[in-house]
Design a protein around this ligand. Structure first.
Ligand code: ADP
Ligand code: MG
Length: 473
């Protein structure tokens, strides 16, 4: 008798769920219903608590954020004894062991690991939980206000601001590219913050190509690609950082191409970054490349001295320290590769000063603290760079420059390169010689020869000057 009552109750719960589903389908549309609500099933019901089974944790979060209030309302209306809806992850598939295995697999190194420990700054900016899952965390320090603009990055920054400020899509996609540590990620986060501040209801998703790939592969494993696609459909602004990571990963590119096209067709804004221009990207399908260059392509050039000075002064001010002009100039001259290193060196100096309770930063101290770094900068960049630049300038290869060929077209550039290495680096003659596979007397001879020629041959003097300027910058 009692058993029958339970069964009856079960059946009525099932019936109610069936009716609720029809209503949800009407309200949210077939696509959303099929992706998110159809896979749900009713579980146990007791003491006014209705358990609903969801196949994955990701879906659970999504359903809670997007549909649970509505489900609860409809159910309560049909059956006032339902006080609470509870979502439980429970797979109906027979491959549950596989699912378990996947979910207990540790996150691959470098994926999903936030770069900083901001306890979910998202919520403060009104991002929905579901999107928090899809989007990577944004660094609160990366805003337009903290982005120092100079000649080398003003175009990219203006393009980023334009995208952030306009509601209508003006160019799509915006493609940002540069070498490492020059501000691509900073600009993308700045766009996201700006849009969220102006209109928290807009769904801005930022993720790296690596995370895109990771999520896609996970969806494939869960046989959940419909849900994967669906997530992107609700996006207003999609940013994918470092797309060069998709090189030679055909199926990810295909999925990305699909997502990309459908978003563009619907007039959603896309922002992409990479380490090269679309045409120079290797291992990326040509149809994707041509899509990527279809909007506005903006590059950030290597920094110049003025921008490095601007950044150092700005960061020093932010840290509340006084950075003597001489020290700033020294750093701006020496640390030219990227802004991350420039920042790092400043932080190192400040940490030392504070640790040793010094009140001022001096040049001697700076040189001492950064000794290793400076040595490696001298060693690493300069001679190689000199060889590369000189070879480029004279239209020969670096190999030829280092070879034993004595033809004037190769020998003269070689001497100039040795001369510049002596002038622009602190390397010794034997060290320079080794880089050219020669001994120190050859280098000494080359230096003297070029010194002499500079006074006699105006064209050669000009070439040396041009090269020197290019290298010093
Ligand atoms: P990328 O993504 O191009 O490799 P990032 O955006 O990560 O470079 O920048 C590296 C570091 O340099 C970050 O800490 C960033 O805040 C800083 N940075 C880059 N460009 C600027 C700039 N113009 N003004 C201030 N800081 C900058
Ligand atoms: Mg980056």
């Amino acid at each position: 008798m009692a058993e029958e009552a339970i069964k009856k109750k079960d059946n009525s719960v099932q019936d109610e769920w069936g009716q609720i589903c029809s209503q949800l389908k009407m309200e949210f549309g077939e696509t959303a219903f099929d992706s998110w609500l159809k896979p749900l099933s009713v579980g146990t019901y007791s003491n006014g608590v209705m358990n609903i089974c969801v196949p994955t944790a990701f879906m659970k979060n999504w359903v809670i954020t997007h549909y649970s209030d509505r489900i609860h309302k409809i159910w309560e209306h049909k059956n006032p004894s339902v006080k609470k809806i509870n979502f439980v992850v429970q797979t109906n598939h027979s491959d549950s062991s596989l699912l378990k295995k996947i979910s207990s697999t540790p996150t691959p190194q470098g994926l999903y690991v936030p770069q900083f420990n901001a306890t979910s700054s998202f919520n403060d900016y009104g991002l929905k939980d579901g999107f928090m899952q899809l989007s990577a965390p944004l660094n609160p320090a990366y805003t337009f206000d903290s982005f120092v603009v100079g000649k080398t990055n003003e175009f990219a920054c203006a393009a980023a601001k334009k995208v952030a400020e306009s509601r209508n899509v003006s160019f799509n996609p915006l493609f940002l590219y540069s070498g490492v540590g020059l501000g691509k990620t900073h600009l993308m986060h700045a766009i996201a913050w700006h849009i969220k501040q102006q209109d928290p209801s807009r769904n801005v998703i930022y993720l790296s190509a690596e995370q895109f790939l990771f999520k896609f592969v996970k969806a494939l494993r869960y046989k959940d690609t419909a849900a994967f696609k669906e997530q992107f459909r609700a996006v207003d602004v999609l940013m994918v950082d470092d797309v060069q990571f998709m090189s030679n990963k055909e199926s990810t590119q295909e999925e990305f191409f699909y997502t990309f096209n459908s978003l563009i067709e619907e007039g959603r804004q896309i922002i992409i970054s990479a380490d090269k221009s679309p045409t120079d990207l290797e291992g990326i399908e040509s149809r994707l490349k041509s899509r990527l260059s279809g909007g506005l392509v903006a590059d950030i050039h290597p920094t110049d001295f003025d921008l490095r000075m601007g950044i150092l002064n700005y960061k020093a001010q932010q840290m509340g320290i006084t950075l003597p002009e001489k020290v700033a100039e020294f750093l701006a001259q020496k640390i030219t590769t990227n802004i991350r290193e420039l920042e790092g060196s400043l932080r190192r100096i400040v940490a030392h000063t504070q640790l040793l309770s010094r009140n001022e930063i001096t040049l001697d101290m700076t040189q001492d603290i950064l000794k290793d770094m400076l040595r490696s900068i001298d060693r690493k960049t300069t001679i190689d760079e000199i060889q590369k630049k000189v070879a480029e300038y004279f239209n020969i290869s670096v190999k030829e420059l280092q070879s034993s060929r004595r033809a004037r077209t190769v020998a003269r550039p070689r001497q100039i390169a040795m001369y510049l290495a002596k002038q622009l680096t602190s390397r010794s003659l034997p060290e320079i010689g080794r880089k050219f596979d020669r001994d120190h007397t050859t280098v000494m001879h080359a230096v003297r020869k070029v010194e002499g020629l500079i006074g006699e041959d105006a064209a050669l003097a000009e070439s040396v000057n041009v090269l020197r300027r290019a290298l010093e910058n």
